[in-house]
Write a protein that binds this ligand. Sequence first.
Ligand SMILES: Cn1c(SCC(=O)Nc2ccccc2)nc2c(=O)[nH]c(N)nc21
Length: 280
Amino acid sequence: MEITHKNKRLSLDSPVVMGILNVTPDSFSDGGQYQQSNKAIEHAMQMLADGATILDIGGESTRPGAADVAEQEEIDRVVPVIKAIRAQSDCWISIDTSKAAVMRAAIDAGADLINDVRALQEPGALEVAAERQVPVCIMHMQGQPRTMQAAPAYDNVTRDVKAFLTERIQACEAAGISRQQIILDPGYGFGKSLAHNYQLLAELDSFHDFGLPVLAGMSRKSMIYKLVDKTPHDVLGGSIACATLAAQKGAQIIRVHDVKETADALRVVAMTKRAGALGE
Ligand SMILES: Cn1c(SCC(=O)Nc2ccccc2)nc2c(=O)[nH]c(N)nc21
């Protein structure tokens, strides 16, 4: 399985690491736009050195309660960083946004992939993805970031999430996006209780029914620190366990903060799979 953009191909036969690069002011302690951009570019280069294959660049925090960011402000945050990374590396860059105008500006600046937590439901988003022919990750979210954790409810969370993704795949194909360019994501923590999140992890392999790549993002999320009763700053062990389980269950892209440690864990998973195949 692979994804392509222009003349770039990314094989997904082994799990790859997507490094998280937040370029929102609340993700850096202080300093103005210029200093923040420099810190972001430094962090990007470090993640590539640590084994990240894709850098996921986001200019708007999707934390519950986070303020909405204006379109131009989001563009002003992400475009300089994308351009600077592109000037130094031909790595895969994904743009973490739901806004069509931000997608367009990011792709024109060098981004290869759209990562949309709203699954291209905002106005114009489907059209941009189809027009630019870039791979797109569509993720499940119940409700909106501000309200999604109030009272998440499902008949059966895995069945309901798969039904949503089926509908979004149809919408993508109807808009002219080829099925091979679609990546699926259950959206851990986006309108899910602790139990919902762990059922989605336990049943992650059932998402391979679609015959499409699967992205899993559990890094440092509440499903970890609430389970192990730690602070959000003390969740490396749990995050590595989630990444390892997701890769073992066939997720091809793992979205994380801790790239170095996760890259090593995924090599253990890949080797174990190869050894198992040899043993057959
Ligand atoms: C943009 N984005 C996010 S942001 C939430 C987050 O990381 N919160 C968070 C931030 C800091 C610490 C702990 C959690 N989560 C996903 C995901 O699971 N899948 C895909 N495709 N994209 C995603």
